[in-house]
Design a protein around this ligand. Sequence first.
Ligand code: GLU
Length: 427
Amino acid sequence: MNTPQLPSYISRENIGPWQIFLQQVEQVAPLLDKALWPWVETLRRPKRSLIVDVPIRRDNGEVEHFEGYRVHHNTSRGPGKGGVRFHQDVTLSEVMALAGWMTIKNAVVNVPFGGAKGGIRVDPRQLSLSELEGLTRRYTSEISSMIGPDKDIPAPDMNTNAQVMAWMMDTYSMGEGRTVTGVVTGKPLSLGGSLGRQDATGRGVFVTAREAARKLDVPIEGAQVIVQGFGNVGEASARIFAQAGARVIAVQDVSGTVFNAAGLDIVALKRYQLENKTLAGAPGCEVIDNDAFWSLPCEFLVPAALESQINRYNAERIAARIVVEGANGPTTPEADVILAERGIVVVPDVLANAGGVTVSYFEWVQDFSSFFWSEDEINARLERIMSESFNAIWQLAEQRRLSLRSAAFVIGCSRVLEARATRGLYP
Ligand code: GLU
């Protein structure tokens, strides 16, 4: 196939994330049990979407406005659940798609949640800490009618963290007149957070990668890994791969791409990135062209940044055996076809990155019962859920000759639509 050579780190496909989600639903609908077909329309329509104005006073005294969103895609199986993203490119279409993927993801790992997501179109790097706090608190207050521990439970996503969750929890609690720790997950440990939550998404990425590697006879020891994104998900995935004996040879973030054929020191690289706000110049690695990243021969490619990073402009050049989607929606439907034709196995986002929400579920349960588990217990339960979910999807994919994404969607959509059909139509 003739693929145009354009910078692959910029998505040039003119369909938005929500259109991609709809395409994925379209592809899977005919594979579902016929009894569920009348309910498929539910997946094509988010249950409710809220757009809010978030004004804040900047440190210079001026008032600035930002646009925020919270979407409940589906709550058939339980309260909404999904993160909050702060990014300059956030749109309603993106938040709708991310909420849709949460619906499928939560059903794939069978946690009792529906799908939700939120975000603010803001570049948080331009805000001071107190401006960020003001933004978070005003946003929480604006969406407070939609959230609650048995309604919709936000969590961290891109550019939000435990501190942001603490502000959200505090703001919601002030409105309620009592401390409601279970309204968000991914909180600091001192406020009802869970051990293991920080690394949970990366750990889940590794567990599903290891399971896929077992099936395909790819040893982890010495395997070459490349990671796009060096935030919470990318860093933890890279570190856990390295601890297991793999060689992480390249890491890319917004600042650029670094490479070391012998394997990068992930802990030192993270320290360098935090101190210098860039990867370039980190000791013991070479800066390479961003576009060259995609062609590096490796066993595992972990996209752990934005949507649509693997697209028609680079899918033809990807030289990985297995793609493990740490990000949400990193592969476009077109690229999915190209990778499949080339025999590259894709462990889909709704499975690969479900470790985060799985431990969010553990956190929510611990908050409710005010009884906290040990890190070993959390990691062991996470391992079990991730490997069992992987194996169920692998088995269905083999039986019905489907991609892992289609098999995951069949399992996820079936669980959601069975719940929907059994609940019936109100009134
Ligand atoms: N933001 C994460 C995700 O995309 C975690 C969501 C959660 O824990 O609720 O899966």
